[in-house]
Write a protein that binds this ligand. Structure first.
Ligand code: G3P
Length: 218
């Protein structure tokens, strides 16, 4: 299972990369807007320079909502670095954009997926990743995780190569359930990455070891 960080903050991305668990980064316009005074394309390049190994993935999202605009922005973003994946929203124009850009060899992360038909349409059009938004479904009283299972079943039924990128992850249980249900990737905020490696018994155990060690006269 691949782990992505859902952040545009360079310090968080560097720290997550230092843990040796990071396979990619997802950004979106809201995450970019949180970083003050950044030039979008230069910022994406800086992220790519942190994740500069072959096979790493950095998702950068278009803001155009029309087909031609999405093509223009998508081609432009894909030129920034070989590790850039272009994020297109799951709209009619976004689906047309996926169809056209994927045929040009540009890898598409189809974002804002909220049901299985959207995921199926996106995979048929040629996306590399589909991003179901788990937390935002939970927010409105739908079980987001159920969607990951549905998409997994459908993709397996027909042998689609499109990868399931569980997004809008809010806590460690979302990561565990995504892994159990066979999501290929989970993208999560830095806070969740930190939560994944912690356990109170680890901290208590370490504190006790160090306390006992003080008794050892060396
Ligand atoms: O990157 C898209 C997605 O992960 C957003 O998450 O927490 O804003 O719903 P959230």
């Amino acid at each position: 299972m691949k782990f992505f960080i859902d952040s545009a903050n360079l310090n968080e991305i560097r720290e997550a990369a230092s843990l040796g668990i990071l396979d990619g980064v997802t950004t979106n316009p809201s995450l970019i807007a949180k970083e003050s005074n950044v030039n979008f394309k230069e910022h994406i390049l800086k992220i790519c320079e942190i994740l500069n190994w072959e096979g790493a993935s950095v998702s950068a999202e278009v803001v155009a909502t029309d087909y031609e605009g999405m093509l223009r922005e998508g081609r432009d973003l894909a030129k920034i670095h070989p590790n850039v994946y272009v994020k297109l929203p799951m709209t009619k124009a976004g689906l047309q954009g996926t169809h056209t850009l994927s045929k040009e060899g540009i890898r598409i992360n189809q974002t804002l997926i909220f049901n299985a038909t959207q995921a199926l349409m996106s995979a048929k059009a040629g996306s590399t990743f589909v991003s179901p938004f788990i937390g935002r479904l939970d927010d409105i009283g739908h079980e987001g995780m159920g969607l990951v299972g549905e998409i997994r079943e459908i993709f397996d039924n027909y042998g689609f190569n499109t990868q399931i990128l569980a997004a809008s992850i809010r806590h460690p249980l979302h990561v565990i359930e995504s892994a159990r249900l066979g999501a290929d990737i989970a993208t999560m905020p830095f806070k969740v990455i930190e939560q994944l490696l912690k356990h109170p018994l680890t901290d208590i155990g370490l504190a006790n070891f160090l306390k006992d060690w003080e008794k050892v006269k060396q």
